[in-house]
Write a protein that binds this ligand. Structure first.
Ligand code: SER
Length: 584
């Protein structure tokens, strides 16, 4: 079935070699759970782990970086099933942190595509930013592409060629994308039409010249390059496949689904792609420490596993099967050591979820059939019953309703759900409520105050084991969770406030240093309980009173903070207290 022209490993090797030759240092993929960028649910692009460095913090490895970053995009889950959308994918990125800009970025993009990968020049086309009220038309990029030999008729100007991060105070800018003519048996049209799906986007050069602040875009202090390529698409194009699932990052999984179902891929493409995609993404998410649940990331994971099970059952797979797909996935991605290391846990979590859902799936489907009979609309209450009693994620019920051409009263479902406070519906686009809401000055001040609070609690409550269990900071207030067995007294709360206000009055400098994680821990720096840290970390110290592993941002001096006031102290969960506080 597969004619192997080039494998994932070979592509990665060529890619890293080329950019290393241009002075880039390789950085490892960060976790799918963003450590440096807690404003998103999952790492959806290579830039998330790099936001502090794109905003000007020096990176320990310098100004030119290259990486293969694991990504999850949940916005496209419903698109999965076609030949080129994936929930989990790898982004091949090269980065300039205030170093080279458009000229080199575009030239290397072109050289890598044509000389190193051997993509045909006549099959390439590009899009360029058309300009809007924030930023002018990018004629500089046009000039560069023309000089490299891309003809005028293969260049299209689009206003949508702009890339930004969902949260505030983040780098952004116009982008220029490369497209490749996919069909093997159709002549390349003379004129490029980006709307034609036969042209597949393979590359995105983001020319980060701006910072988004609120609804404004201001010229950035540091100009960066964020150049990302979807590995799966490039691999397919290189192999001359019009279907990504024929490449070696999918084929062994599809083959196992063929074995399990006794059916062929041809004729069952959509179903098999969905199963392969969702289980691959689930394996990757579990390996990064998430388990199925009804909230946030755990809910996305649950939704993926359950949808895969429903599709597998359409293929006639009625027994637990997910563990059978783990082996090929681990083999394809043997370079991600966390997969092998967590193999038993991945098997156990998938099995547990499968057992749970299989117990109710058939019954739930029967219930759905009963409800839908003679009805044109599924009420919110009925959808909620499917959710609560049979474990059908609302998105699955939506899909079933769509397949059966009946309407679903979503509004009523959410009202019902709210009444029961059951499910927190989340997406990857900025609804995640943990960590910093943005990098604004107000949030930054509260972030430093949270470090002081962490230490104040240890001092006032005379308990050295107190550690941060979670935090959530927005420009209005901070929320800080920590381990402690009982409610704090009014007097203790006042003492904590006084301790912090006293440190603010003392005008103490906040100092940032970079060091290996081991050294940071040895030096007594505190980390968040359960957090994953890279090998080199930054440590923020407030004189000798607070020392924490943290990516920032923070104020330069405690005098910038104003007056600290606790507004609430309550229980968060068993053994964990929660404090909310403001700065006036
Ligand atoms: N940030 C851009 C993207 O995700 C390029 O890496 O497409």
């Amino acid at each position: 079935m597969v004619k192997k022209v080039i494998t994932r490993q070979e592509l990665i090797k060529k890619y890293l070699e080329f950019f290393k030759k241009q002075g880039h240092k390789e950085i490892p993929s960060s976790s799918l759970v963003p450590a440096n960028d807690p404003t998103v649910l999952f790492t959806t692009a290579g830039m998330h782990p790099l936001v502090p460095f794109l905003l000007g913090q020096p990176h320990p490895l310098g100004k030119r970086l290259v990486d293969i970053q694991k990504c999850i995009r949940t916005g496209d889950i419903d698109e999965v099933g076609d030949s080129f959308h994936h929930t989990f994918f790898e982004m091949m990125g090269n980065w300039s942190l205030g170093d080279y800009f458009k000229k080199e970025a575009i030239a290397w993009s072109y050289e890598f595509a044509t000389k190193i990968l051997g993509l045909k020049k006549e099959k390439l086309a590009v899009t360029i930013f058309a300009g809007n009220s924030n930023s002018p038309k990018d004629t500089e990029s046009e000039k560069l592409w023309l000089e490299l030999g891309i003809p005028k008729e293969k260049i299209s100007f689009l206003e949508s060629n702009w890339w930004e991060h969902p949260s505030n105070n983040t780098p952004c800018g116009p982008c220029t994308e490369m497209f490749y003519w996919k069909p093997n048996n159709l002549k390349v049209p003379k004129k490029f039409n980006p709307e034609d799906n036969n042209w597949v986007e393979i590359w995105n050069d983001v020319l980060m010249g701006f910072t988004k602040i609120g609804s404004k875009y201001i010229p950035a202090k540091q100009k960066n390059i964020d150049n990302g390529r979807g590995l799966e698409r490039v691999l397919a194009v290189l192999n001359g496949f019009e279907d990504n699932y024929l490449t070696d990052v999918w084929h062994p999984i599809i083959k196992e689904i063929e074995n399990l179902s006794g059916k062929k891929y041809n004729g069952n493409e959509k179903t098999m792609r969905i199963i392969a995609d969702h289980i691959k993404a689930s394996v990757m998410i579990i390996a990064d420490g998430i388990t199925p649940s009804n909230t946030e990331r755990g809910y996305v994971l649950r939704r993926l596993i359950r949808r895969a099970i429903r599709y597998a059952s359409l293929l006639g797979i009625k027994e637990n099967f997910t563990h059978k797909l783990i082996e090929p996935i681990i083999e394809i991605y043997s370079d991600y050591k966390e997969l092998k290391k967590n193999k038993n846990n991945i098997i156990a979590e998938l099995d547990k979820e499968e057992n749970k859902f299989r117990a109710t799936l058939e019954q739930g489907l029967r219930e759905f059939d009963k409800i839908k009979k003679d009805k044109k609309e599924l009420s919110g209450k009925e959808a909620f019953l499917l959710y609560q009693s049979y474990g059908f994620p609302i998105e699955m019920t939506e899909e079933l309703a769509k397949e059966n051409k009946i309407k679903l009263n979503q509004k009523e479902f959410y009202e019902e759900n709210k009444k029961h406070q059951e499910l927190s519906r989340t997406s990857s686009s900025g609804q995640f409520k943990s960590g910093l809401a943005d990098n604004s000055e107000a949030t930054t001040r509260l972030h430093t105050a949270a470090h002081l609070l962490n230490q104040a609690l240890r001092e006032i409550l005379e308990d050295k084991t107190i550690a941060q269990k979670g935090s959530n900071i927005n420009p209005e207030r901070l929320r800080f969770d920590f381990n402690f067995p009982r409610k704090l007294t009014e007097e203790e709360l006042r003492k904590v406030e006084d301790w912090i206000n006293n440190k603010i009055k003392q005008k103490i400098s906040v100092v940032r240093e970079e060091m290996p994680l081991k050294k940071a821990l040895e030096s007594g720096a505190h980390g968040e309980f359960g957090a994953k840290y890279p090998e080199i970390v930054s440590v923020y110290s407030i004189s000798n009173i607070s020392r924490e592993i943290c990516t920032g941002p923070h104020v330069k001096n405690t005098s910038e903070l104003g007056k600290f006031k606790i507004t609430k102290e309550e229980s968060s969960s068993a053994g964990v207290r929660r404090i909310k506080a403001v700065l006036n």
